[in-house]
Write a new protein. Structure first.
Length: 148
């Protein structure tokens, strides 16, 4: 075995570990939000207004599926990134597409912007930017041969 490929991660750039770990933590936060919303956890959902609860609980089934793909795809993509698997990139892409569908529904086809307010819109924007960043990062790591 050549130096840097001993399986100890010596050939892996340090930034991949940093980005990967932060991505897993960030996306687990999204997974937690998804689970708490879908299970209608009382203590978690208590911070939302009745209008917001009605909005979340009124999502059509197809939208919940897209939301699940977005959330769990981003978790899976982050884990695959840490595993240095090139399939992380298309998984991040799939997640971003699913996220875009949910955002289009929530903010263009319904009154999600009005219900969630400025803070909700800004946070959704941050989530989208992180997802785009992870997709671009994984694509760069594939091009550099770090993800195999």
């Amino acid at each position: 075995m050549t130096e840097g490929t001993s399986g100890t991660g010596e050939g892996t750039p340090k930034h991949l570990w940093i980005v990967g770990i932060l991505a897993v933590l960030w996306n687990l936060g999204g997974a937690y939000d998804y689970l708490m919303t879908q299970t209608q956890n009382e203590s978690y959902m208590a911070s939302f207004t009745p209008e917001q609860l009605e909005f979340f609980y009124g999502f059509p089934s197809w939208l919940v599926v897209f939301w699940a793909v977005a959330v769990w795809g981003s978790v899976l993509g982050s884990i695959l990134l840490l595993m240095r698997k090139r399939v992380a990139m298309p998984v991040f892409l799939m997640s971003l597409v699913a996220m875009s569908v949910t955002a289009f529904h929530n903010f263009a086809l319904s009154n999600g912007a009005e219900i969630m307010g400025t803070t909700g819109m800004l946070f959704s924007g941050v989530i989208f930017l992180v997802a785009v960043g992870l997709l671009m990062y994984s694509k760069a790591m594939v091009r550099r041969g770090v993800l195999t």
